[in-house]
Design a protein around this ligand. Sequence first.
Ligand SMILES: Cc1cc2nc3c(=O)[nH]c(=O)nc-3n(C[C@H](O)[C@H](O)[C@H](O)COP(=O)(O)OP(=O)(O)OC[C@H]3O[C@@H](n4cnc5c(N)ncnc54)[C@H](O)[C@@H]3O)c2cc1C
Length: 302
Amino acid sequence: MDLREVEHDLGSLIDGNILTMESMKKHTSWRIGGPADIMVIPAGVEDIRQCLRFAREREIPLLIMGNGSNLLVKDKGIRGIVLKISQGFNQIGVRGNDIVAGAGALVPLVAKRAAEAGLSGLEFAAGIPASVGGAISMNAGAHGKCIEEVVRRATVLTPEGLIADLNKEEIGFRYRDSSIREKGLIVLRAVFALEPGDPADIRTRNETNLVKRRNSQPLEYPSAGSVFANPPGQWAGWLIEQVGGKGMRVGDAMVSEKHANFIVNLGEATASDILKLVERIKRLVLEKFNIDLKLEIQVVGE
Ligand SMILES: Cc1cc2nc3c(=O)[nH]c(=O)nc-3n(C[C@H](O)[C@H](O)[C@H](O)COP(=O)(O)OP(=O)(O)OC[C@H]3O[C@@H](n4cnc5c(N)ncnc54)[C@H](O)[C@@H]3O)c2cc1C
């Protein structure tokens, strides 16, 4: 693939930004990852449509991302196009007791807007560093609640470029997953069904949840949140702690002392360091508990 040619040809089709050989360190919460051949930051739906068509016609792989808070990008980077749904889709509006938010809006800002409007239901999500699209796709959750419980519907773009409105059941929510990825859908917007409440109380609950996070998670270091999904009836963090995982280190990648299901980047960690640590933890947990831990993070690139 001739990157200059792709940049030129794609540039004539879309209004948004096109970046070539863009370091994914700048776009992931782990601050890890080699370059993406091409990154497109679409300005609107038409840009996404053009990008989908372009990639299909030229047989170029396409990866959708939001805020990059659940991605481990490998050290050689990503071949093809990364479509980052962000500033072109960050509108947040209030409609009665509903909040309508673009897929690129950050969930903490949506929770803040809901509190200002006296709408309750998103307090659990106040500290999840997701975009709305990423939170829907991953069915993000915290403090015993998840996005599924507050979503009324989502507007998506199909791989064929058609817009569809999906209700909660049609989104196919599962534990930290949904049918969005397997169907190749792109979330454009979501409607959250909330309940009226006192703005001061809602703000207090948001703040309480943020404090709980600061006390239990190593937010002072780059990470991607929980690395492993909790096996049914178990806590991955507890299992990792039991096998002596806390403080275990490969290069600048270290299992957090504060929360054993977080691997933090102490400075110059690479994806290869993280993956070595992941394998070591998986082996220890398998040997001691006969449990095969599954990744919650998504590993992409080469
Ligand atoms: C400090 C920290 C704390 C965290 N705490 C939590 C927590 O409490 N609970 C929790 O569930 N997660 C948590 N996470 C993980 C992460 O925030 C969630 O998984 C989140 O849902 C990812 O959203 P994102 O926008 O960053 O998506 P990305 O990481 O960019 O992408 C994740 C997946 O979503 C897909 N995606 C993104 N946007 C779209 C879109 N518009 N349309 C279709 N697919 C899309 C991508 O293709 C990819 O498959 C935490 C992460 C960090 C760094």
